[in-house]
Ligand binder design. Structure first.
Ligand code: F6R
Length: 583
């Protein structure tokens, strides 16, 4: 949460910062700001609202600077406002921060001057100014050593062409080429400009000066660091022909399904490097959409690999009295690989000497560094806050693991090709559905087995981007209480992808109709087999047992098109951010 950016180079830093901020805007978009050194003088411009607003504001300020920092915020301490926006500038220092300073209230007592924001971060600028009599790096290091909590921080010091950065638990990357040095919370900023980068580790500090980066460890000793190669670099991050990333990412589902699968065809060791025979139980742990993928994974592993499974929401697992068994493999699923709850679970599991497998989308993310084993969904950057293509790639990968870990057979490439052949079958929901769906006061998503997990994911997606209250239930559970909600104002979206479930689904549909509820059916089965319904949503007819991938597509599109019809931006839903780096 919160995106941080820094630039030092030969060019004007403001366009560079704005361009990079737009790439990390998914991390938070409550407010934005930049600080730069214009002929050595510290200038800060910030505003409530999105980067576009900051961009307009900057057009009125013809600064010339080649060194600057930028921030896009997801509010934790203090509501979204210009005064709470970063950078926080005080005296000779300006800072940007991603994370939470847990001892801010204590540190503030050391700083007599009044604070101008309600944030935990501003105290960093005050402490730097208080210690300004020390040399730049010594001052920065002293202040960093006082902080408790989590942070990725960058600071500029007036009168000095240097940038200081530090990190603990939140990501911070640095890249360098002949022209410039950049810092960023996300590698995506470097694509197309840099070929290698440095990953700052916890407690490390870096001092960036013209053409040079000096790294220091926690003790203040300068250290050598190896740069890492930027792999699989997409040339640009753009919406292409689509108005929003979410629509583009839904249309990428066939490709990411294929690339995620193809890696195992090319290198079967990926599968066999994990000692599956050592484990008698699998425990899936994740948050939000990734948790739904974990729940689906538990169904797949029990069904195909015959291994008992459990799934937990990461923030709950942290406080459960779990009994740890070394014969359990803990599979942590995360798009970003940065989610604080999931990371803390990984650390807790490791402290009990148990093995973890991370399934992540972002290469070199923290989860991929701390887990025992790592597998990647190969989706490229997912820019929309609502996860779509990565969810389907997670399902694909889990299905592949579950079906192949105990069977010595090669990965059937034909299945993937059959999916790719249906790229064009992702078609929009007919527009006649949209005025109807916005008129319902209550929306329920129901299904059985795998389809119940799809119902949960569909409900999450719908509430997340349309701001509609909705609920997901297993079909058979309706009659145990929630049927009381059903009346003529209710829409129940019934998902059925399994022919052997049709009889039970029909009973549920009859119960809904008897209470005047409206039913939209999501199925690829013959509609004549079903009890009466009001409308049907079809999905791509891919001949694959991965019906959970195909059936979620119309539901993702339904949420997306409803949000657009309501005039909402589906890529940046209110109150949310893509990487949730606070517990
Ligand atoms: C919803 C969504 C979130 C994330 C959750 C975990 O569309 O994207 O529910 O799935 O915040 O994030 P990651 O996968 O990055 O750990």
């Amino acid at each position: 949460m919160c995106g941080i950016i820094g630039y030092m180079g030969k060019e004007d830093c403001i366009p560079q910062l704005l361009h990079a901020l737009k790439i990390v805007e998914y991390r938070g978009y409550d407010s934005a700001g930049i600080s730069c050194l214009d002929h050595g003088k510290l200038i800060t411009i910030k505003t409530k609202g999105k980067i576009a607003k900051l961009e307009t504001l900057l057009q009125h300020h013809p600064y010339h600077a080649t060194i600057g920092i930028g921030h896009t915020r997801w509010a934790t301490h203090g509501k979204p406002s210009t005064r709470n926006a970063h950078p926080h500038t005080y005296g000779h220092w300006s800072i940007i921060h991603n994370g939470i300073i847990e001892n801010a209230h204590i540190l503030k007592q050391e700083c007599p001057e009044p604070f101008s924001s309600q944030t935990d971060s501003e105290v960093i600028a005050h402490l730097l100014e208080k210690n300004n009599h020390l040399r730049g790096i010594d001052c920065f290091r002293k202040v960093i050593s006082q902080l408790q909590g989590t942070y990725a921080i960058a600071g500029l010091h007036e009168g000095e062409e240097s940038m200081y950065v530090a990190k603990y638990k939140n990501p911070l990357y640095i890249a360098q080429n002949n022209e410039s040095i950049m810092i960023s919370s996300d590698l995506a900023v470097f694509y197309g400009k840099f070929y290698s980068y440095y990953c700052l580790e916890d407690h490390e500090i870096a001092m960036i000066q013209e053409n040079s980066i000096t790294f220091y460890n926690q003790q203040g000793k300068s250290i050598a660091k190896q740069s890492l190669t930027l792999q699989n670099v997409p040339q640009t991050i753009s919406k292409g022909i689509y108005p929003y990333y979410m629509e583009k990412e839904i249309h990428e589902i066939p490709y990411v399904t294929q690339s995620t699968w193809q890696q195992f065809v090319e290198d079967e060791n990926l599968l066999h490097n994990i000692p599956w025979q050592n484990y008698t139980c699998i425990h899936f742990i994740a948050c939000g959409t990734a948790y739904h993928a974990g729940q689906m994974g538990a169904i797949y592993f029990e069904k195909y690999a015959h291994i008992p499974c459990k799934s937990s929401i990461a923030s709950e697992f942290l406080y459960e009295n779990t009994l740890f068994f070394p014969k359990t493999l803990y599979i942590l699923i995360s798009q970003s690989g940065e989610t604080a709850d999931t990371l803390s679970c990984c650390e807790k599991i490791k402290s009990h000497q148990c093995d973890t497998l991370a399934i992540v989308n972002v290469p070199h993310s923290r989860l991929s560094q701390i887990a025992t084993y790592v597998l990647h969904t190969l989706c490229g950057p997912e820019m929309s806050v609502a996860s779509t293509k990565v969810y389907t790639a997670q399902l694909t990968l889990l299905y592949l693991l579950a079906t192949h870990i105990h069977i010595e057979q090669s990965i059937p490439i034909e299945q993937v090709q059959s999916i790719l052949a249906f790229t064009d079958s992702i078609t929009p929901i007919p527009s006649s559905f949209l005025p109807k769906i916005v008129s319902y006061k209550k929306i329920l998503f129901v299904g059985k087995g795998e389809d119940y997990i799809t119902a949960k994911e569909a409900s999450l997606k719908f509430k997340e981007i349309t701001y509609t209250h909705c609920l997901a239930l297993p079909c058979g559970e309706l009659k145990h209480g929630s049927l009381a909600l059903i009346d003529a104002d209710s829409l129940v979206i019934v998902i059925c992808t399994k022919p052997n479930m049709i009889d039970k689904i029909n009973t549920c549909m009859e119960e809904i109709k008897a209470r005047n509820g409206h039913i939209w059916l999501v199925t690829n089965e013959n509609k004549k087999k079903f009890a009466p319904f009001d409308a049907i949503l079809s999905y791509p007819n891919w001949s694959t047992p991965l019906s959970a991938v195909t059936s979620i597509i119309p539901l993702q599109l339904l949420a997306y098109q409803t949000a657009v019809a309501k005039g909402l931006n589906p890529d940046q839903p209110r109150n949310l951010a893509k990487s949730v780096t606070v517990e």
